[in-house]
Design a protein around this ligand. Sequence first.
Ligand SMILES: Nc1nc2c(ncn2[C@@H]2O[C@H](COP(=O)(O)OP(=O)(O)OP(=O)(O)O)[C@@H](O)[C@H]2O)c(=O)[nH]1
Ligand SMILES: [Mg+2]
Length: 388
Amino acid sequence: MRVFFIGFGQAGGKIVDMFIEQDKRMQTQNFRGIAVNTARTDLMGLKNIELKDRLLIGQTVVKGHGVGTDNVTGARVTADEIDAIINAIDSRGTHDIDAFVIIAGLGGGTGSGGSPVLARHLKRIYREPVYAIGILPAPEEGRLYSYNAARSLSTLVNEADNTFIFDNSAWKNEGESVKDAYNRLNDEIVRRFGVLFRAGEVGKAGVGEMVVDSSEVINTLRGGGISSVGYAISEKISPRTKQSQGLLSGLVRKKEKTEEVLTGEDKSAKIIALVRRAMLGRLTLPCDYSTAERGLVLLAGPPDEMDRKGVEKSKSWVEENIAGVEVRGGDYPVQSDYIAAVVVLATIGNAPRITELLEIAKSTKEDVLKSKEKRSTMFDDGIEPLFE
Ligand SMILES: Nc1nc2c(ncn2[C@@H]2O[C@H](COP(=O)(O)OP(=O)(O)OP(=O)(O)O)[C@@H](O)[C@H]2O)c(=O)[nH]1
Ligand SMILES: [Mg+2]
């Protein structure tokens, strides 16, 4: 599919920059993207988004210095400057795109506050679906980040057509700081969502055994709410295997050939194993997969390795394991030495991390109210103020 990315705030901008880099590297034209921020230096640090596609907002309010983790201000400046943002999107071209994807760290200020506002306006103006990828803060970043994320997310799920969650705390290693992990985490995000958002595009490697169209992705996400994504990659496919299956097969000695060529059964088993690994391994948002309403299974890899039966069997396996019965899927060939499997668990009913986040937010709100009360009663001793 063709996607228009909007990176909101620092995290969002960096990640969209990486999607654009991936598109350049793969010499495809599936992705388009702009970055929106209140901090000038964050925008300057990007490498692949063109300068004209980096939009600084809120200048009169925060003078290009960011909103300092205040997402109410983030939402306000976005609403005030929504026309400028829509203009920037329009001037980049939207006629041939299949979906918008807004990406933001939900714990900060700009992206956290701005994303739900932008989602609402995009939905009002365009017919294409508007999705979000929201990044959750790690608890160690403090209660303000959790509070922001909970408020942003509860608004965002009602504005976007579907919200994918990536949980930083589930992905950083023990002992590693969140900041040190950013590059690795962003790489994980771009890899799996890259496979998902390229679904249905015909590349140089031809057409798949079971083609997935962008409408399959859109239908999978139709239920709204939040979704989580699993991913697995095969071992490197050995060049000897590839050669013996290719044009040069006649030159390969017979014995070697029978040893190396995978039978249909093998191929199918390999695909099923990969899909299982994707769904049972670490998800972008750890959750109970059995509560998902819909599923999507995608395989990307060299055409010789694709197998219709394998895709069908893995779809049935996903279907047996989730709450709903709608599981879509297919494959698309890419020139690569690996096979990648992506499983989308759409509209999930239960994720412990979200429950935890909402609880932190509730207690934080109560504490904020209590401390406000204390402050207002401290000087309640009848002394006349200097002026009213
Ligand atoms: N995965 C990932 N998370 C990030 C990255 N940068 C920041 N974050 C997380 O995103 C949240 C903060 O969001 P930012 O994008 O830095 O904030 P912002 O939208 O620029 O808002 P302000 O700086 O407050 O104006 C925190 O929870 C960070 O841990 C990144 O590159 N990758
Ligand atoms: Mg910032």
